[in-house]
Design a protein around this ligand. Structure first.
Ligand SMILES: *[C@@H]1O[C@H](CO)[C@@H](O)[C@H](O)[C@H]1NC(C)=O
Ligand SMILES: *[C@@H]1O[C@H](CO)[C@@H](O)[C@H](O)[C@H]1NC(C)=O
Ligand SMILES: *[C@@H]1O[C@H](CO)[C@@H](O)[C@H](O)[C@H]1NC(C)=O
Ligand SMILES: *[C@@H]1O[C@H](CO)[C@@H](O)[C@H](O)[C@H]1NC(C)=O
Length: 344
């Protein structure tokens, strides 16, 4: 399975600002192509945990008094999803930390023998490990898409480390016992790629064209969003990680019970099967144009929240709220901080 990946035309220099062939996107205006600056978060730093070297953006690396917000990206996206959210939070006095998930960007495994697991327990634990490495006691966690799974897990299992949570689609912690429940026919067409990624050709297709897959999924999951070639190129840089395809496919294979979890996370994984309640102040956002998880008024997920919670429907927005509606996302972080006032 790895053969195709290696010969799949992955080039670290495929900084394809010259790729004029895309139809879904509009190019930033330039005639020379000489030095287009991509919409990226930089510079990045590195923190070592017991399993990973985590690449992360940090808006105020030396400030240990500022309140911290940790923003988690989704798939197939990168830390640059937050390029327009960070300045807004920074202006409000936040130290904003945006890590690349395992398998993305330059977040790398320390050992070749560590299982390339993208199970929910591992992704959530990575956030806490990063906080430990950076000696950050408490932070607001915010995310969308995979990032929602991550912040749900981290907030539910480590409430002492979380001063508030912002999550698109509210609550996505999975009980594996329900993974094979029969779902309505209409729910499958929007999730077809979950099933493609279970197959060897699906794996090889992703490996041979990571950017093409991003284009397909961005367009599908945010049907009315006109993203730019620059935004796509910025994200595509994060897909050159040697573990990207293993991690991306493992996320779906694990959730659909086609790949076992890493035994070292078994205890956390079992706790997550109980779908633990989130007790910290929470702001949840349902984009009205999201297709995988249709917008709700929040009532169906109310049982998963025991602390103060505000739910909003985001109009005119697809899955990628931070890039499509950065003001809305930043305001949700500020709102959750207010909800948490007096609770410390
Ligand atoms: C740290 O952040 C706080 C809150 O934003 C700010 O008031 C302070 O000036 C910052 N300190 C430094 C050294 O930048
Ligand atoms: C990736 O991270 C390592 C540290 O873990 C660093 O030495 C290396 O320069 C980074 N590579 C890139 C392309 O940034
Ligand atoms: C996209 O926008 C059009 C026109 O504004 C609207 O009719 C359509 O319902 C939107 N699509 C989605 C998925 O919301
Ligand atoms: C929320 O949606 C549910 C259906 O999912 C409905 O039964 C309920 O009345 C709605 N609540 C409000 C306040 O609109």
């Amino acid at each position: 399975m790895r053969t195709n990946y290696k010969s799949g035309g992955i080039s670290l220099l495929a900084l394809s600002v010259f790729a004029l062939t895309s139809t879904a996107a509009t190019l930033p205006t330039t005639t020379t192509g000489a030095s287009i600056s991509l919409p990226t978060l930089s510079p990045v730093h590195y923190a070592q945990t017991s399993t990973l070297s985590i690449e992360y953006y940090d808006s105020a690396p030396k400030n240990d008094t500022a309140p911290v917000a940790i923003l988690i990206h989704g798939f197939p996206y990168s830390i640059d999803t937050y390029v327009d959210v960070v300045p807004k939070l920074k202006n409000e006095g936040y130290r904003v930390i945006v890590p690349s998930l395992r398998g993305f960007g330059n977040t790398t495994f320390l050992s070749t023998t560590t299982l390339r697991s993208a199970e929910q327990a591992a992704l959530g634990k990575d956030v806490i490990d990063l906080m430990d490495a950076l000696k950050i006691e408490k932070a607001i966690f915010a995310g969308y898409d995979w990032g929602t799974v991550v912040v749900n897990v981290a907030a539910a299992l480590w409430p002492d480390r979380c001063s508030g949570m912002v999550a698109a689609n509210s609550y996505l912690i999975q009980n594996r016992e329900t993974a094979w429940n029969v779902a309505p026919a209409s729910s499958y067409p929007v999730k077809w790629y979950y099933y493609v990624f279970l197959t060897p050709p699906g794996y090889s297709s992703l490996a041979s064209d990571t950017k093409g897959w991003a284009e397909v999924l961005w367009s599908k999951n945010s049907p009315n969003w006109t993203y730019t070639e620059g935004q796509l190129d910025a994200a595509a840089l994060a897909f050159h990680n040697p573990d990207y395809v293993d991690i991306a496919t493992n996320f779906y294979r694990n959730r659909l019970l086609y790949a076992p979890g890493d035994p070292s996370y078994a205890e956390l994984a079992n706790a997550l099967d109980k779908q633990p309640v989130i007790t910290v102040p929470s702001v949840t956002l349902d984009p009205d144009q999201a297709v995988v998880f249709p917008a709700t008024n929040g009532s169906t997920t109310a049982k998963y929240f025991s602390g103060p919670r505000k739910h909003h429907i985001v109009n005119g927005c697809g899955e990628n709220i931070p890039l499509e509606r950065p003001d809305v996302f930043a305001n949700a972080v500020l709102e959750v901080a207010q909800l948490g006032k007096g609770r410390s």
